[in-house]
Design a protein around this ligand. Structure first.
Ligand code: ZN
Length: 166
């Protein structure tokens, strides 16, 4: 009969459980002392670090999470500033990435957009109307300018429209 993997019981410390596992004849369990909290913990509670002789980091996973969090809070300004610079200096890569993403997901994105529009149609109409009421003068001017710039297009459209009505 195949041996079941050893099940760890959180009521006991790693050391107690390791000793118990060894008594039960289950594969030898390895430990390591965390250089931060000083606790003896199962090797599996340390993240992999190939450069170390035992292949594990010197501090345990829990301590590592705490350290990462502390590092972030202490260096928040610097990290955010670096990220801002990254965003600014990688504009082209980011644009290329987003273009490729859009091309790959065109159908999904257009479906999402039309679903969003259908869901928010009334709110969008209301917002546009409100904008028009508040900016009537600017809107009318823009409209006039658009007509001026698209005379040919409008004429063509009207021709097609008349043809259809005949
Ligand atoms: Zn630790």
């Amino acid at each position: 009969m195949a041996k079941k993997p050893y099940e760890f019981d959180t009521r006991f410390s790693d050391v107690e459980q390791g000793l118990q596992a060894r008594e039960d004849g289950i594969k030898p369990i390895r430990f390591k002392v965390c250089s931060k909290c000083g606790e003896t913990k199962l090797l599996s509670k340390f993240a992999t670090e190939r450069r170390n002789s035992d292949g594990k980091m010197a501090i345990c996973k829990s301590c590592r999470i705490i350290e990462a969090r502390l590092y972030y809070y202490k260096n928040k300004q610097r990290i955010l500033a670096r990220y801002k610079i990254y965003r600014a200096t990688h504009l082209r890569e980011r644009k290329t990435y987003s273009r490729i993403y859009q091309e790959k997901n065109r159908e999904k994105l257009s479906k999402l957009a039309s679903e969003w529009y259908q869901k928010n149609k009334e709110a969008i109409k209301k917002r546009n109307l409100k904008y028009y009421e508040e900016n009537r003068e600017a809107c009318n001017q823009r409209r006039k300018l658009w007509i001026e710039n698209n005379k040919e297009k409008i004429r063509e459209y009207n021709r097609e429209y008349k043809k259809l009505r005949k």
